[in-house]
Design a protein around this ligand. Sequence first.
Ligand code: AMP
Ligand code: MG
Length: 403
Amino acid sequence: MIPLTEAHTYVLQGCAPLETASTRSAEALGLVTAEPIMSNEQVPPFNNTAVDGYAVIASDTAGAPVDLNVVGAIAAGQAPSTPVTAGTAVRIMTGAPLPDGADAIVMVEDTTTSDDQTTVTINSSVEAGSAVRRAGEDMQPGQQVFDAGTLLQPGHLGVLATLGIEEIATHRRPLVGVISTGDELVEGAQELAPGQIRDSNRRTLLAMVEQAGCTPVDLGLIRDDEAAVEAALRAGAQQCDAIITSGGVSMGDFDYVKLVLGRIADMRWMQIAIKPAKPMAFGTLGDTPIFGLPGNPVSSMVSFELLARPGLRKMMGLTGDQLDRPRISAVAEGPLPRRPDGKTHFARVNLRWVDGTALIRSAGGQGSHQLSAMAGADALAVLPDGDGLAEGDSAIVFVLHGD
Ligand code: AMP
Ligand code: MG
């Protein structure tokens, strides 16, 4: 058996960021920038007001309450017209440009307007710059706003829209094929004949691929048949940037995935000192990375989380901490027992926060076939080789719902 860190390093060195493509900003959610993004304008583009109120000369308000003559009004979207001179004010709405001469805004709540709207009483004084949003306060021309390697989230798309940047260079989104194998598997709601089960891994893994930020490609349920497995793998490698297989990588007699990949691909068959997900294969078919995940439903998910997901995220253009799930320290609310066996166990746990402390408890049955507990789990708790956790013990956990 090899340590998980060795398998992780091996997978990552076999996955390279995909090439750069020109992408429409509107379609870039979840993609990764391949170049820094520069601002070419100042944002905000002009001095404007943060509140509804009156544009004034701050020094005029020093002896508040004071009366000022209202000489105009300006709404958002209008160009500034009437300037503000000593003893006057302009009614102004949030986002409207600051009129010439004005250096502060008094919010409407601190004013009283005369019935004929020609005079305003300023009830409290303001300092110069008060409630003014300065041109360029957010971004300046020539400023680098995002680094290369930024995972684009909704706010980033908003910044691109603000700057009028409609095309950017990103890494291409990986197309990731998923194949499930096994003669015992059937698809859909059909009645199960003796010995059959429904194929759940393909559905799960396609969804995990999508949540990791890649485009899933359903390559189907393939029979335990050498020619069928080979044809599916070759076609998948043509079409996709990476392939994930489920099943057939352990020691069974009908593990044709192992047989075929051993013949046509350059694979490393790993026995990793973890439970679940001990067997895992990684390699390349041509230059397409292949992730051979174990068939047990929980094992395939854990293997994806710990090894395939980091590899796929590297292909997306992510680096460093962005590859793996966040890890935090948590305290066991109840026992999480295990037996010594030379492996690190990943227990499926629920996580809750109490007064800033993360607390974990078992999410249910811990067998590698017990998918329901994995489905409901918030985190994987790392149980080093030994007897597990007693109530109150601390552990590192991988949080499953987060970048
Ligand atoms: P294998 O890795 O092919 O030896 O399969 C290990 C276990 O996982 C067996 O109990 C299989 O029936 C089960 N299994 C394999 N593939 C799937 C799948 N796609 N969906 C659900 N269970 C599976
Ligand atoms: Mg099988």
